[in-house]
Design a protein around this ligand. Structure first.
Ligand SMILES: Cc1cc2nc3c(=O)[nH]c(=O)nc-3n(C[C@H](O)[C@H](O)[C@H](O)COP(=O)(O)OP(=O)(O)OC[C@H]3O[C@@H](n4cnc5c(N)ncnc54)[C@H](O)[C@@H]3O)c2cc1C
Length: 394
């Protein structure tokens, strides 16, 4: 008989409790200030470093703690109750490092992942371009063999909307290594590019609706010479981008469920104390049903997300598992938008003002349905799974 366990293992329950304390002590009091100044919260990065959270999902061989995607998911859920910016900082320990973990050489792993785990380096992920977001095959960044050196490539192009672009020390960058108009998957290759190299610069940074404090912006590559040893995996290994993003779905989802939990808990406390019509707002059935529906959605999203994280940790992020990974991302991030909207509504005018965190959550939530594959892209992937029978119930 197969037994399905829904409890987290003891070590993750402990992790959850310690990150919860850290989030309440160090992250929650800073969330509003980070949003209003837009300044990178170095203190929170240091708190994560000191707590050993920057290497959570990295292997022990590079100084990480090997807690995997489920470990990072649990940690991000706690932090995202209070700050999407802080949650993004943890997410960025996995997004650019994923391809290096999956296909990078031993030398690349030691050189680039060790610094992430110990908090001496940060990284960014360069896939999107102005004309190529969902349609990544439309990218124009180009890598050509260096005519003067057979062991080197020359990269030119501009990546955009890159999270953490200003703070990063190195970038995972995808570029066309064949005819730029090619839409063949093996026309794209992944490279590690260091910030300090000649020709690498940060272009414009974006003025964002939310998740301020970690910049997004352009990475400009002008005749950047990249040694062949910095190709991740093989030339034409675009599959890495897709596999990397598949494995990331539960981690983005964790940002959504954490935000929804934070918003619903905050709004629930508020309605319990708010008097109207001789009762509290929480006494009205119409309000109770909204709270109940949101609670159902949160628990459903958690189950989807923990399952997706478990699959990813088992190496199950190839095509047949895509629907299960995508539905966690889709459901949890759409939930974040709904839950933060509900929280604003339950607080009324107060919820719309900066006196409460609800308006911040509302602004922060929206980016989650756009980043790392929009909701429409996730729905397309889920539908494809059903249509081709990967997701079928008999
Ligand atoms: C805050 C933030 C941080 C980001 N960080 C990074 C990062 O670190 N690295 C990086 O590489 N990128 C990053 N991105 C970019 C992000 O990955 C893209 O925005 C995303 O992939 C969508 O691309 P797009 O914005 O060009 O939208 P488009 O692809 O232009 O889509 C526009 C709309 O059309 C819909 N659409 C597109 N194709 C289809 C289709 N086939 N069927 C139905 N609907 C469709 C989309 O769902 C969307 O609603 C970030 C974006 C944001 C907002």
């Amino acid at each position: 008989m197969t037994v399905v366990h829904f409890d987290l293992p003891d070590e993750l329950v402990e992790l959850q409790a310690s990150v919860r304390r850290l989030a309440q002590d160090k992250v929650a009091p800073r969330a509003r200030e980070i949003d209003s100044t837009g300044e990178y919260p170095k203190d929170i990065f240091e708190a994560f470093r000191d707590a050993g959270l920057l290497g959570l999902c990295l292997p022990e061989s590079v100084g990480g703690s090997g807690a995997g995607i489920l470990g990072l998911t649990v940690a991000i859920e706690e932090v995202a109750k209070y700050s999407q910016t802080a949650a993004l900082m943890l997410l960025l320990t996995r997004l650019p490092t994923g391809p290096v973990m999956m296909a990078g050489s031993e030398a690349q792993q030691q050189r680039y992942l060790t610094g992430i785990a110990e908090g001496t380096q940060r990284a960014g992920f360069g896939l999107s371009e102005p004309q190529a977001g969902s349609d990544v095959m439309g990218m124009r960044t180009r890598a050509v063999p260096d005519p003067a050196n057979p062991d080197s490539w020359v990269l030119n192009g501009t990546k955009c909307w890159m999270s953490g672009v200003v703070q990063a020390d190195w970038y995972t960058v995808f570029a066309k290594t064949q005819d730029p108009s090619s839409r063949a998957h093996d026309s794209i290759t992944a490279f590690i590019v260091e910030r300090s190299w000649e020709g690498v610069s940060v272009g414009r940074t974006d003025h964002k609706m939310g998740v301020r404090g970690v910049d997004t912006g352009e990475l400009v590559l002008e005749d950047v010479h990249v040694p062949a040893e910095n190709v991740i995996g093989e030339v034409g290994g675009f599959r890495l981008a897709m596999l990397g993003l598949n494995a990331m779905r539960p981690i983005v989802a964790a940002r959504g469920i954490g935000l929804a939990e934070g918003a619903l808990m905050y709004a629930t406390e508020y309605v319990k104390g708010r008097q109207a019509f001789g009762a509290t707002i929480a006494d009205f059935q119409g309000i109770q049903w909204e709270i109940a529906k949101c609670a159902v959605d949160i628990e459903a999203a958690r189950l989807l997300t923990y399952r997706a994280a478990t699959l990813a940790d088992e190496g199950k992020f190839t095509k047949e598992y895509v629907p299960f990974l995508s539905m966690a991302k889709y459901h949890a991030t759409e939930l974040a938008v709904r839950a933060s909207g509900l929280a604003v509504q339950l607080l009324g005018a107060a919820g719309y003002m900066e006196d409460h965190p609800t308006e911040l959550w509302y602004r922060d939530a929206k980016q989650l349905t756009i980043v790392e594959g929009t909701s429409q892209v996730q729905l397309g992937l889920i539908a494809r799974g059903v249509l081709n029978g990967d997701l079928w119930w008999d």
